[in-house]
Design a protein around this ligand. Sequence first.
Ligand SMILES: C[S@@+](CC[C@H](N)C(=O)[O-])C[C@H]1O[C@@H](n2cnc3c(N)ncnc32)[C@H](O)[C@@H]1O
Length: 279
Amino acid sequence: MNAVNNKEVNKNGTGREEQQIEANKTAWGTLSKDHYNHFKIKLADKDFKLNPMVEEALGDVRGKKILHLQCNTGADSILLARKGAIVTGVDLVPENMHYARELAKDFDIENIEFITSDILKLTEVHWGEYDIVMTTDGAIGWLPDLNRWGRVIANFLKEDGFFYLHDSHPFMGIFDEEGLARGELVPKYPYFQISGDYEATIGGYASEEKKAENYFWGHQLSTIVNGLLSGELYITYIKEYDRCVPGMGGSKTDQNGLRYYPELEGKLPLVLSLKAEKK
Ligand SMILES: C[S@@+](CC[C@H](N)C(=O)[O-])C[C@H]1O[C@@H](n2cnc3c(N)ncnc32)[C@H](O)[C@@H]1O
């Protein structure tokens, strides 16, 4: 844990957060090709499906316009398009968007487009209204400001649309990962105000660890809710799960391909899932 002061400004007047986002862009870019190779194999398998918890929460997406935030190399965006949605995927990293377009071509998916942008600046480069704006599995910790995030989401939602979030439960951020794997709850990180937490390597869910500086923001539950309120979005559904997809925790895989901690089964909220709508 190596928190830095986000208010710090360098000699050129560039905010520290801007530098951290740039570092994250480079770091994620080192994984793009590996993710493309990984998901090309996965998408060729007819049994490769969306996270079942996400699928259930979204319902029937046929004909729905979906804005998929932080879509990485677009594997989930493609799964949504295969289910009949008209999908726009967005990610910070140009290499991710390049490989996402390649994957869409590889599998003849046409009802899809990809846009390179920092989510927090998306309104500067993109216009449109969507039935569903969504973000899943390891996303919001890469964003330094959830108040801006809430306003961006609201900007792209149709009046009768909904926002869907499915991500790590904020509570889980405090525990030592190795302790969890042994079934032990060892508090290691603060719950409050984890800002720009520095890591020297990145990787894990579809690639080897790579050396690349990156920064992560551990948001509290209240920060998430307040972020949505800042976009005047109101929570209409909230759920917590003791299961998550590979790469987001757990030490064992269940029969549905979801990860969990056997000794702590049913005791810990690994994932937070919610929907929010405009007033
Ligand atoms: C763990 S991945 C999300 C995986 C995703 N759920 C999927 O469908 O594969 C996190 C993604 O967030 C992206 N990202 C990080 N910071 C971002 C930002 N400020 N704006 C947009 N995307 C960002 C990264 O490039 C990376 O692809």
